[in-house]
Structures are given as C-alpha cells and as structure tokens.
Write a protein that binds this ligand. Sequence first.
Ligand SMILES: *Cc1c(COP(=O)(O)O)cnc(C)c1O
Length: 385
Amino acid sequence: MTSPTGPAARRLVLMNPGPVLADERVRAALCGPDLCHREIEFAELMGRVRTRITQVCGGTEEFTSVVLTGSGTSAVEALIASVPPADSGVLAIDNGHYGRRMHDIAAIHKIAVQHLELGWGVPIDLASVEAALAADTSLGFITVVHHETSTGMLNDVAAVARVAHRYGRKVIVDAVSSVGAEPLDIVGDGLDWVAGSANKNLEGMPGLGFVCARHDAFAALGPEPRRSYSLDLHRHYTAQEHAQSPAFTPGVPAFYAFDTALELMLAEGVAARGKRYQALAARLRQGLEDLGLRLLLPPEHRSLGLTAVRLPQGVGYPELHRALRAEGFVIYAAQEQLARDFFRLSTMGRMTEQDIEGFLAALGRLLGTTTAVRTEHVRADREGK
Ligand SMILES: *Cc1c(COP(=O)(O)O)cnc(C)c1O
C-alpha cells in the first residue's frame, strides 16, 4: 500500500519552524512496542526523557522537568496557569506574536496581567521593565519569550531575569523555539521557569511539551489556585515525580521518538547544534540578500533558527508558497501584521547545506522567471497588446 505520506513520498524540505525534518532514527523510534503507561517500562522511559530535558536546559541536579502531552502552547499555558499564586500579577513582555500569546493566556486564566507592548521586532527595553516592576509590587512574575518566532528575534532573557531578581520577582520563559540550539542556560541565565517542546530545535516528533525548573519550585506549587485541571503543573509534577507515572494517558510513540531525539541532542551538544544551524542560517541569509531580498531584523537581533524575509515586490505569499512547494520546499507565512509583506524560513532540524543551496537556486529561478514575466507584461501593456 502506498500513501501520499508513506515512505515512498517525495522528501519535502520543511522550512517551517517546527515540526522539523527529523533524523531517520527518531522517526523509526515511533514504532516502538505497544505499551501500558502504568508499567515500569514507561516509568523508565519518562524518567530518562525528563532527565535528558533537564540536561539540555543546562539544569543541575537541583533542577527537574515535567513532560506534558500536547503542543508547545500547552506547556506554556500549564506554566502560566499553575505558577502565579492567587494574589500575584504578571508583567507580560510582548514584542511579537508569542509574547502576546503569553499575555492572552494569563488573561484567560483571570490572572492580573500588565501588558508591556513594545511592538514587533522591537528589542526589550529593560528600563521600562524595571519601571513597571518598581511601580507595582503585585507583579510577582514576568512572562517573556526567548526566541520570538514571529520575527526571528532572540530576546535577552538573562538580562530580563537579572532585573526581575533585583526586584524579587520571577521569570517565566517561553523557550519553545530556542531550547536545544540557541544559547540557553537555565542556571547561568537565572531562569526560574522554562517551557519547551519536542518538535523544534530538539528535533523530536510533535505531541510533547515540557517545563523545566528547580525541584523546590515545583515542590512549592500547591493545588491552589486551581485554574486548570489537565494543565495543572502541580498535578503533573506530583504524578511524574512521586508516583513515577503520568497524570493522564501520554503520547507514548512521541515519547519513544523524543527519547531518541534527546539522545542525539546530547551527543551533538547544544553549542554544536547551534553552530550547525548558524552555518545554514548564514548561507541562507547571504543567498537571500544576493537575490535582492530584505531581511526583517538587523544581524545582532537574529536567532539561528528563523529568518523573516520581505516578500519580493509584486509576489504574494500564496503564489510563492505554491511555486516553492512544487520545487520541494515548504516555506512559512508570517503572522498578523507581518503577513502581507513578509514570509519566514526556518533553519531548524535536519536540513542540509545542500537543501539551502537547492532552495536558493529554486528561489532564484522563480524570481528570475517572475521578473521576466512581469517585464513581459509591462512591455505588452506599453505596446497596448
Ligand atoms: C512554536 C512556538 C510555540 C507553540 O507552538 P505549538 O504550535 O503550540 O507547538 C510557542 N512559542 C513559540 C516561541 C513558538 O515558536
């Protein structure tokens, strides 16, 4: 039997920021044995995955991780819904779509949230963070995105944590698209709570999110305030840490794949993976600029994993997507206010130098053709054809 997604299918180069192209060994691991999640085999698997996540985040033995079945957003939501006590407010730093999402999650759980709206692609202004904390002592937490995937901007979360700690506050970090490749060290950067997911830089399969923090921070979470049932971090921590058993039925195959992906991640090392992505991003960006395309951010703010690019003049995203897909490359739309004029290209996952060269060649051909076609049109118009 063949199917459009079966092994016979043509390999598409995924340039969307997750799920990424995965290593064959990770995909093969999905087909592990059927398993009851209350048996010792799953307890061992889950324990290994938790330990490996903590290692990737740079955590020492004082740190631990909790894995949730769900997308990255479910891990972020579990964090925000579970961590601030009833009498604590949150300062939500927003310089893109995902910062705004953290604000919206806090608001939906009826947490008092102050919105620090900086504008998309605007670096975090530490003075305004500090002013907000000084003015309102009820703001016990700051929410901040490490790699703002809507623009490709890497935020200095360590600097935000230093300001927070000077005022006795804590930081909740969305590191979904940074952990595993961008420089992130939960200890050295002083991050209190970090959320991530399996299918971006960690190169696992979609379906799992996680939270990493100090053991004592998890242990200090109580059953109150109860803002969510299935995304209650206290419940998940208690189950995974004390009963060595997940609170609810987990995505077992995604665990198999994540275990393998984490093993490969730790063997490669975060710095080496960052270097690998850096080389791809540098080649991609140079090639885009050589084609006359403009990048959204100046070099000093760019992540390794994502590049936001201005659409070529007169070319809409849907037609660009369609044409490149026909050549074997999946590009990704920009969101909201950037959607009309920009598109996004990820350099996460098992992409190769050859993929990038192939992409640039395809794009070059396409733009050449597009320009030629447009020139034809103009000439035809002028000649009244
Ligand atoms: C991808 C992403 C998420 C969440 O992704 P899901 O689609 O829920 O897996 C959250 N934050 C950032 C910064 C992301 O890049």
